[in-house]
Write a protein that binds this ligand. Structure first.
Ligand SMILES: O=C(O)CCC(=O)C(=O)O
Ligand SMILES: [Fe+2]
Length: 313
């Protein structure tokens, strides 16, 4: 457990809400780097906490080299303010949420970091068998403004196994102000509160409801979702309902945090003036288990109309 206590934390904001900074409502992620070579202990902690935060597990220089390829790509896409060094990731005003998975395709620095070497080896050991990863990588460069609202990942990727894991990885220092990931302590054990939410699939629609068919097949409203997968728009209220603490930290290059499909998580708001928060999230699972085909292949269907599934409801 961390020795830092809540009073050491500055005021934290998520989805536009100031979080309650009382010691029983917010805290720091538990660093499991000390147990990196003890897979039994890692499994115990994962079962208990629903996540593993591996501080400094990856090679810092390799992560920073990957960052450079991403900021180069963002500069080429016209997102960055050319008055600042590209590597700083300073965005033009109004950059908002830059979601650019294509920056990771044909990008050997990112592909090697995520899918060969230490990271897949971690999952191979953790699962104790051969693993595979989704071909799709979520690359997020988030400008000043709101972070991601609270959700579980299963509604977006639950058509195969439910035993896969998300790996969230920062490309650079992510201060509280820049806003990294936070998880809701113990939420993975609150199936009483999750069961009516977590098994719904964002890409399924009622084939017998014309408005849903119209939306799903034309993508009329955004991704054509009837259900967005969001659990709440209000992190402090959600915490009061679940009862755990929101847990976060200041991330550094070389860190990653991994968690399962039932853990509620969100991210802090980016309260900087003009800097992008750059991170990726990738998914790993046992090779022997079924995989969600929305995220497999050279051009995965994802949440497009090709990924929609109608059912009678
Ligand atoms: O980076 C974020 O803001 C959200 C990340 C997330 O939801 C995930 O990694 O599953
Ligand atoms: Fe997520």
């Amino acid at each position: 457990m961390s020795t830092l206590t809540a009073p050491a934390l500055p005021q934290i904001y998520s989805f536009g809400h100031p979080l309650d900074m009382a010691e029983d409502k917010i805290g720091l992620l538990r660093d499991s780097a000390d147990a990196a070579d003890d897979v039994e202990e890692l499994r115990r902690r994962f079962a208990a906490d629903g996540y593993l935060y591996m501080k400094g597990y990856l090679d810092r220089d390799e992560v920073l080299a990957a960052r450079a390829t991403l900021t180069d790509g963002l500069a080429a896409a016209g997102v960055l303010d050319p008055a600042h060094p590209t590597i700083d990731g300073v965005c033009k005003p109004g950059a908002g949420y830059v979601f650019k998975p294509e920056l990771t395709n044909n990008n050997p620095a990112v592909q090697n970091l995520l899918y060969s070497g230490r990271l897949p080896e971690f999952y191979r050991k953790f699962y104790g068998e051969e693993i595979r990863h989704y071909d799709f990588t979520w690359l997020r460069a988030i400008g000043p403004g709101k972070g991601t609202n609270p959700h579980c990942d299963l509604p977006y990727m639950g058509r195969g196994t439910h035993g896969h894991m998300t790996c969230w990885l920062p490309y650079g220092d992510i201060s509280f102000e820049l806003g990294g990931l936070m998880v809701l302590e113990g939420s993975h054990r609150r199936m009483d509160l999750l069961e009516n939410y977590v098994y719904r699939d964002v890409d399924s629609y009622c084939a017998n409801k014309p408005d849903q068919v119209q939306n799903a097949t034309t993508g009329a409203k955004g991704f054509g979702w009837t259900f967005s997968g969001t659990l709440s728009h209000n992190p402090p209220v959600l915490r009061n309902k679940f009862g755990g603490r929101w847990l976060t930290t200041e991330f550094q290059p070389g860190d990653f945090i991994t968690f399962g499909m039932f853990l509620v998580h969100a991210s802090l708001d980016n309260r900087t003036e003009n800097r992008l928060r750059i991170s990726s999230d990738a998914r790993y699972q046992r090779a022997s288990e079924p995989i969600d085909d929305r995220w497999i292949g050279v051009n995965p269907p994802g949440h497009t109309t090709a990924g929609k599934k109608g059912r009678i409801c």
